[in-house]
Design a binder for this molecule. Sequence first.
Ligand SMILES: NC(=O)c1ccc[n+]([C@@H]2O[C@H](COP(=O)([O-])OP(=O)(O)OC[C@H]3O[C@@H](n4cnc5c(N)ncnc54)[C@H](OP(=O)(O)O)[C@@H]3O)[C@@H](O)[C@H]2O)c1
Length: 375
Amino acid sequence: MNKFCFVIHPLSFDDIARYEPGAKGKGEPILRKIMEWMPPYAAVHVTGVRTPEGRETEGWFVAAPLLPQQLMDFPREEVYRRVLGAIEIGAQLGAQVAGLGAFTGVVGDAGITINERSPIPVTTGNSLTIAAGVQSLFRGASEMGIDPASSTAAVIGATGSIGAACVQLIAAKVKRVVLVARNETRLRKFHETVAPALPCASEYTTDLSAAVRTAQLILTATSSTQDVIEPEALQTGVVVCELSLPHDVSRRVAEQRPDVLVVEGGNMLVPGTPRFERVREPGTEFDLNLPPHTALACMSETMVLALEGRLEPYTLGRGISLERVVEISEMADRCGFELANMRAFDAAITPETLAATRAAATLRRAQDDTVKVTP
Ligand SMILES: NC(=O)c1ccc[n+]([C@@H]2O[C@H](COP(=O)([O-])OP(=O)(O)OC[C@H]3O[C@@H](n4cnc5c(N)ncnc54)[C@H](OP(=O)(O)O)[C@@H]3O)[C@@H](O)[C@H]2O)c1
């Protein structure tokens, strides 16, 4: 049986309490300080991941316990040292391939240097995240009755490892795509490179609100540690698919825009009877803040590579090939992984929630029309 490890880190102070129940009630400055000194540790033993024909893998989630902002602010070499320390723990436990969770795959050159220095091959898991995200966006469109072929899509974080590939996959199905990021030079250059081959009209802008105002389909994959999607600019009845961890969509969207369908795009159902058991408290489940049998797409990519015996640095850097996205998606299908049920803001999106979202969109459209015809 091939084995894997996956580097995790808390995305927020709430997450720290999930990782370490003893941290509840401690002040944020103290927790931040403790984490500055805390070495990596094996947090979760994953068992029971099994393909329909009975191939199995097991692995470990190894914590590099730093918050996203710490991973961005710490000296690059120190971050690499911590992430490599986590991978080395995984390798000593028997892992033959390592995945990089959330910001451990964002820092620096998106896994290239870490892979060069690692004792086992490394993947960011972004290929399967891209496949899952694009599929989730169009599933949301279908649920909201949006015809992609006559729609504008906005990709926020378009120059990123995930965003750049999403632009190309989404463009195949929509009328127009708008590319958004903050660094204008990088964005313009990326647009110049990619635009001639895109099968739809395309534009780029650093004005996020302006882009969002024109879009019916929005995919967000930024490395921001703050909210970037606020309720005000969103059109009526749109779909926002978010891949970013921590999330990009403000909680105010849930509170103020019942007509908008927000979906977490990167969750997968894991085949078999997966168990995520705490290493330090055997017999207790680790709370991934996801429904049972569900894992992130980047975790799933690492599991798929182990199941398929592809013990290689599969996804690295910021120029991910679409062939890889298609291939990992086929491998994941073959292994029995599926897109998880829709979810947002830590809760399932039920058929009733969906019906209510569609009804709120219809009502708001009628109100929008009334405002338009009122002199
Ligand atoms: N759900 C999953 O399974 C999963 C898996 C892997 C990664 N992720 C998450 O996906 C996100 C993206 O990862 P990545 O590897 O693609 O990162 P990346 O390569 O660093 O790309 C980030 C992109 O976001 C843009 N950006 C950053 N801050 C922004 C802001 N405030 N407004 C607009 N654009 C902004 C960056 O361009 P500028 O700097 O020019 O703005 C860049 O285009 C991260 O949050 C990561 O944790 C999720």
